[in-house]
Design a protein around this ligand. Structure first.
Ligand SMILES: *[C@@H]1O[C@H](CO)[C@@H](O)[C@H](O)[C@H]1NC(C)=O
Ligand SMILES: *[C@@H]1O[C@H](CO)[C@@H](O)[C@H](O)[C@H]1NC(C)=O
Length: 301
C-alpha cells in the first residue's frame, strides 16, 4: 500500500516536473523563418508532388517534363489512377533520399476551391478496414475519404513491395491540393499496416482542411513528421471553413509575400504570418497562388 502510494506520488511528481517545461516551451514557441538550406530540403518532394500530375508509368522517365525528371535516379515501382475518377498516384524508391516515395495527383485549383466552398460534403468516420482501431470521434471529409479508398489497397501493396525490393524502412508521402489531402490520409492509413520500425514523413502543398478536431489531434499524436506548405494567399488551405468543424493539424509552413518561409506553431495558427490568419475569408484568398511557385516550382505537368 505504502509502495503504491509512493509510486503514485512519484509519478505525479514526475509528470509535474515534465509537464511544466513542455507547457512553457509551447507558450514560447515562436513563428520562425526558415534558412535557405532548410527550404531547399523540400525541393525534391516538390518535384515529386508535381510529377503526380503527369500520367505516371513504371517506365523510368515517363514523359512528363522537367518537374518529373528532376529527381534523376528515382526508381518507379507501381502507378495507378486515371486522372479523372481516380487521381493518379505512383510509388517508387529514391536512392539518394533513401526513401520510398508515395505521390498523389491533385486537382484543378478552381475546381477544388469551388467544391470546398459549395459545402456539398460532410464529415464521415474512417473506414474500419482501412483504418482499424481509430476512434469513431475521428471524422474526415467524405469526398477525400472516398477518393483515398479507391486506391488505398493498391498503394499499400506497392509500398510493401517497394520496401522489400529496396530494403527500405523510410516512406515519404507527398501531394499537392487534393493530392495533399490524400497524402495526409495515407500518413494515417499506412502506419496502421506497416512495420512499427518504419520511418514516415509527409509533405503536403496547398493542403485543404481534411478532418475535424479529433482528426487533427490524432494526426498531431501519430503522424511523426508532417509539413503542409501554403503559398501566400492561396484560398484552399482555409477550406473547408473551421465553422464547418474542420481543423488543420500542426506542421504548417507559410510562404510569405516576400517569399520567406515561416514555420507556424500549433493548429490553424491565426497569426497574420500564417494562412488561417493571413487569409481571413475566401474573399481575401487568391486561387492563383494555389499552384505555387513553391521555391520556384509551379505544380502541374
Ligand atoms: C532520366 O532523366 C534524367 C534527367 O533528364 C537523366 O539524367 C537520366 O539519365 C534518365 N534516366 C534514364 C534511365 O533514361
Ligand atoms: C501561433 O504562433 C504564436 C507564435 O507567434 C504562438 O504563440 C501561438 O500559440 C500560436 N497559435 C496557435 C493557435 O497555435
Amino acid at each position: 500500500m505504502a509502495t503504491l502510494a509512493t509510486g503514485i506520488a512519484l509519478l505525479s511528481a514526475l509528470s509535474a516536473v515534465y509537464a511544466i517545461p513542455t507547457r512553457t516551451l509551447q507558450a514560447r514557441q515562436a513563428i520562425t523563418t526558415l534558412a535557405t538550406s532548410q527550404i531547399s530540403m523540400f525541393k525534391p518532394f516538390t518535384f515529386f508532388a508535381s510529377a503526380a500530375y503527369c500520367q505516371p508509368s513504371t517506365t523510368i522517365n515517363w514523359s512528363c517534363g522537367a518537374n518529373c525528371n528532376a529527381n534523376s535516379g528515382f526508381q518507379p515501382v507501381a502507378s495507378g489512377g486515371d486522372g479523372s475518377d481516380v487521381q493518379f498516384w505512383y510509388v517508387g524508391f529514391d536512392p539518394s533520399l533513401s526513401t520510398v516515395i508515395v505521390a498523389h495527383q491533385g486537382t484543378d485549383p478552381d475546381k477544388i476551391a469551388a467544391d470546398l466552398e459549395d459545402a456539398n460534403f460532410f464529415l464521415t468516420n474512417l473506414d474500419s478496414t482501412l483504418f482499424p482501431g481509430v476512434s469513431s470521434s475521428v471524422k474526415v471529409h467524405n469526398g477525400f475519404h472516398d477518393s483515398h479508398a479507391k486506391s488505398a489497397p493498391q498503394i499499400l501493396s506497392a509500398v510493401q513491395s517497394a520496401m522489400a525490393t529496396h530494403s527500405a524502412n523510410r516512406v515519404t508521402m507527398v501531394g499537392h491540393s487534393l493530392g495533399a489531402a490524400l497524402a495526409l490520409l495515407d500518413s494515417v492509413f499506412l502506419p496502421l499496416h506497416l512495420p512499427s520500425t518504419t520511418i514516415f514523413k509527409t509533405v503536403g502543398y496547398g493542403m485543404p482542411r481534411v478532418g475535424n478536431q479529433a482528426f487533427a489531434n490524432y494526426v498531431d499524436q501519430h503522424v511523426t513528421s508532417l509539413n503542409h506548405i501554403n503559398n501566400k494567399e492561396d484560398v484552399v488551405p482555409i477550406l473547408p471553413g473551421m465553422f464547418l468543424g474542420f481543423h488543420h493539424p500542426s506542421g504548417e509552413l507559410h510562404i510569405m509575400d516576400n517569399n520567406a518561409w515561416v514555420s507556424c506553431p500549433g493548429q490553424d495558427n491565426d497569426s497574420n504570418d500564417c494562412s488561417t490568419g493571413d487569409v481571413d475569408n475566401i474573399f481575401e484568398g487568391d486561387v492563383s497562388d494555389h499552384d505555387g511557385p513553391y521555391d520556384g516550382v509551379e505544380m502541374g505537368c
